[in-house]
Design a protein around this ligand. Structure first.
Ligand code: UDP
Length: 479
């Protein structure tokens, strides 16, 4: 696509992420991929967690007013309460009006003779129903970006069935029961809204992705065919009946020129790369639980001693706020001395670079979808400790479907952690897991080659976007 920057772009696409790291990252990556294919791109964003436009000179940014910071501050405990408060804030009339005004202005600019490229559509995060309504009020088509796995999308659309068939509410006696309609999931892998103070709000939130998808002109998944073939096939068939095409264009971080630094909301501590350079090849465990998971102080202490007692080198991300109610947690007494020379603790890592480093041989993760894809792409075997929602689904897939990791279940306890680390890093099971992780890495690499399934899906997506502007095919025209 050399030279696209100097040519007039064929059409404009607007994108709007949910303003959290795990959602902003793939949306900006998608923005970069579409821009590289010759589209003009505008990112609509809230003031809360606003991206830094100076890191993305090719993209335009428009801020819309929001009250999210207040909603987040009012729910210091995180978890489902925070999700509900945040959702109320993104559904508030002020934000929807801001989105409508921004879109209307972009549409007007595109209608001026010889002016800006015409606005073809809005790509929304799957949770943003109000933004979708604002677009459809203007007659603008929407595409939905799913930032979790295809398996998770299927689960979130299955809650009526799960209640009808008695899987939920979960009982102590059925936790190990396989959900035969959604293999390989078991009842204990299901996020259970019955446990929330308000089950109906929980169910409404879980249903958002199905709702926005059903009203969309296409569904985009940050996954790839070789990883979730069956799930994608089922979704494709279901949505085909509604004439909604799907595009599996992952792993997005490898289909775009936008790097981890460009999408990160926190400053990445790059000194850890120099530290990794001093470690032996293939011996370090990387430990990170993403941008929103919280642990209790007890869990934090067990994790610390599990790592120390494993005797393995490790790089551990302890981000501010990781421990509930503590801004900057202190490491347990004696810990630093116990791990001197083989353990490094930082606040935020350049994660993609870390996972690609030759010293890394394992990834203890919460199985956020971006982290999971980043680990898969580098062929790093995982120690999975999912905490909530879609992470539970992914943890089960890591252990039972892809067999590229070990799922740490139940209460976090130092002895159990030490055993699991040893199994992953040096046991026979660990060797087999490592081999399968390498195989999956090769498959992931194939899908991003020019003839690979994900590259082709991006081409198809661009053609779909252009069709909204009445341009029949970008690629077949050889543009
Ligand atoms: N990340 C990072 N540095 C860290 C930890 C995480 O840059 O120290 C990035 C990571 O590469 C991923 C994102 O933060 O792209 C986390 O997204 P994910 O979906 O894995 O989890 P979430 O934060 O949404 O729970």
């Amino acid at each position: 696509m050399a030279g696209v920057g100097r040519r007039r772009r064929a059409a404009r696409v607007a994108l709007m992420p949910l303003p959290f790291q795990g959602h902003i990252t793939p949306m900006l990556q998608l923005a970069g991929a579409l821009h590289a294919r010759g589209l003009a791109v505008t990112v609509l964003h809230t003031a809360f967690n606003a991206p830094d436009p100076t890191r993305h000179p090719g993209l335009s940014f428009v801020s819309v007013p929001d009250a999210i910071a207040d909603a987040v501050a009012a729910t210091a405990n995180g978890g489902a309460d925070r999700v509900a408060a945040m959702n109320a804030a993104v559904e508030a009339p002020g934000l929807a009006e801001g989105v409508r005004d921004a879109l209307a202005s972009l549409m007007r600019l595109g209608e001026e003779e010889g002016g800006e490229p015409r606005l073809a559509c809005l790509v929304i995060d799957a949770t943003l129903t109000a933004a979708q309504k604002a677009a459809s009020g203007l007659g603008l088509p929407t595409l939905v970006l799913h930032t979790c796995s295809a398996a998770c999308f299927r689960l979130f659309g299955s809650y009526d069935m799960l209640y009808d068939k008695g899987y939920l509410p979960a009982q102590e006696s059925n936790l190990l029961l396989p959900v035969k309609e959604l293999p390989p999931l078991q009842v204990r892998d299901l996020f259970d809204p019955s446990k929330l103070p308000n089950k109906e709000i929980g169910l409404k939130l879980l249903n958002l992705a199905s709702e926005t998808t059903a009203s969309s002109s296409g569904a985009i998944f940050n996954t790839f065919g070789a990883l979730e073939a069956q799930e994608l096939e089922i979704i494709r068939n279901e949505l085909a009946a509604k004439r909604i095409p799907i595009f599996a264009i992952g792993p997005l971080h490898k289909l775009t020129s936008i790097d981890g630094k460009g999408t990160s909301l926190l400053n990445q501590d790059c000194t850890c790369i120099e530290w990794l350079d001093t470690q032996e090849s293939g011996c370090v465990l990387y430990v990170s639980f993403g941008s929103v998971v919280n642990v209790t102080l007890d869990q934090f202490t067990e994790i610390a001693w599990g790592l120390a007692n494993s005797g393995k080198p490790f790089l551990w991300v302890v981000r501010p706020g990781l421990v509930l109610g503590v801004e900057k947690p202190e490491l347990p007494e004696g810990f630093e001395c116990a791990v001197e020379g083989r353990g490094k603790v930082i606040e935020w890592a350049p994660q993609q670079e870390v996972l690609a480093h030759s010293a890394i041989s394992g990834f203890w993760t919460h199985n956020g979808w971006n982290s999971t894809l980043e680990g898969i792409f580098e062929g790093v075997p995982m120690l999975s400790k999912p905490h909530i929602g879609d992470q539970l689904v992914t943890g089960r897939y890591v252990e039972d479907r892809w067999k590229i990791g070990i799922l740490l279940e139940g209460v976090l306890e130092r002895g159990k952690i030490e055993k699991a680390i040893t199994m992953l890093m040096e046991g026979k099971d660990g060797m087999e897991i490592r081999e399968r992780a390498k195989d999956m890495k090769e498959k992931a690499q194939l899908c991003r080659e020019s003839s690979g399934s994900s590259q082709q899906a991006v081409d198809n997506l661009v053609d779909r976007i252009l069709s909204f502007s009445g341009i029949s095919s970008f690629y077949s025209n050889g543009v």
